[in-house]
Design a protein around this ligand. Structure first.
Ligand code: AMP
Ligand code: MG
Length: 323
């Protein structure tokens, strides 16, 4: 488990190149099943970091499917009844519905029953049968989620926010720092990176993208300002049986691990929720659909696609320096 967390942590390496007016302050915590690191480069101190970390804990209490009393637990045990939820949960569910629509349901947060069949945490994993997959797939459908003001009704399905929660909570943490006057900071939520502001010496943020095969990095994204970077890759969580790797990003059409010809997708977006949701969705959708989706709906986002043959394609307007 620890190894997998470390692999997830290393999915994106942060390289910061100088230029701070104050001594950077940094703190870490364990939340969202991963390691969270927040570093302030200017405009704040450890109290600001602790406030952001506390807020991350509060968000986790709201969004974890396994915490008693969380919005997710309430929704997933509601048996079709309308339930009242926090504005943050409303925001995440509505955004997921919209992104699902724009990606032809490549993003599908109702795969809970299917995901449960793929036992990535077991030391002795078993392949689900195709009957089990078909049955589990009968419980999926984004049209089963209905949001009205601050209430949601979920019929005959359960929700898994694994593809979007870290990004959305990163946005929340960055917002806390900003509201407290922090002008320059870097947040790493288990590989989901958020930047706040510009470095005082004008040098760019540099975020390296790890090679999913463990051979160092494939290159780095360089950019300025407040942005989010998320990577989805089959190497982040998987098991192997008879030489075949079964990873955790599922094709909602088949219920099996997505096999779109891509081995990793990194998205650079203005916010964490979009970066996180899109990295998962584009990984499932594949290269051609990814290009269409970005052009049509996300002109302010860019993506670095690593193909299974090791070649790279950059979509959108981003400075990517190949290793
Ligand atoms: P990420 O690491 O952000 O790509 O999210 C992957 C996680 O999201 C998985 O571990 C599942 O919990 C969930 N998931 C898997 N496939 C999908 C999908 N097609 N759409 C939405 N969530 C998914
Ligand atoms: Mg994601």
């Amino acid at each position: 488990m620890l190894k997998r967390i470390l692999v997830a942590m290393l999915a994106l390496l942060m390289l910061i190149t100088g230029g701070c007016t104050q001594k950077p302050v940094q703190a870490q915590s364990f939340a969202l099943d991963t390691i969270i690191t927040i570093k302030i480069l200017s405009g704040g101190d450890d109290e600001d970091i602790q406030a952001a970390l506390r807020h991350i804990d509060q968000c986790e209490s709201l969004l974890s499917a396994h915490r008693s009393g969380s919005d997710l637990e309430t929704i997933n045990t509601s048996e079709g009844a309308a339930v009242s939820i926090d504005p943050l949960t409303v925001h995440i569910l509505s955004s997921a519905l919209q992104i699902a629509q724009q990606t032809n349901n490549a993003l599908d947060i109702t795969l809970y029953e299917v995901s449960r069949l793929w036992d990535y945490k077991s030391d002795n994993p078993q392949l689900p049968t195709s009957e089990q997959i078909q049955t589990a797939l009968s419980f999926r459908g984004m049209d089963r989620i209905c949001i009205h003001d601050n209430t949601v009704t979920v019929q005959n399905t359960r929700i898994d926010l694994g593809a979007v929660a870290k990004g959305a909570i990163g946005d929340e943490a960055a917002q806390v720092l900003k509201a407290r006057g922090v002008t320059c900071a870097l947040l790493n939520l288990g590989g989901n990176i958020m930047t706040l502001g510009d470095k005082s010496d004008g040098s760019p943020w540099i975020v390296s993208i790890e090679d999913p095969d463990g051979n160092g990095t494939i290159g780095s994204l360089q950019f300025s300002g407040s942005k989010a970077v998320a990577t989805s890759s089959g190497a982040q969580r998987y098991f192997e049986l008879d030489g075949v790797r079964y990873h955790h990003i599922l094709d909602p059409q088949t219920g099996y691990p997505a096999d779109s010809g891509l081995s990793s997708v990194t998205v650079l977006a203005p916010d964490g929720l979009t970066a996180d949701a899109l990295s998962t969705a584009l990984f499932v959708a594949g290269e051609d659909a990814a290009q269409t989706i970005l052009q049509q709906y996300y002109p302010d986002c860019a993506a670095v696609l690593l193909r299974c043959d090791g070649t790279v394609r950059v979509l959108g307007d981003a400075l990517f320096i190949r290793e």
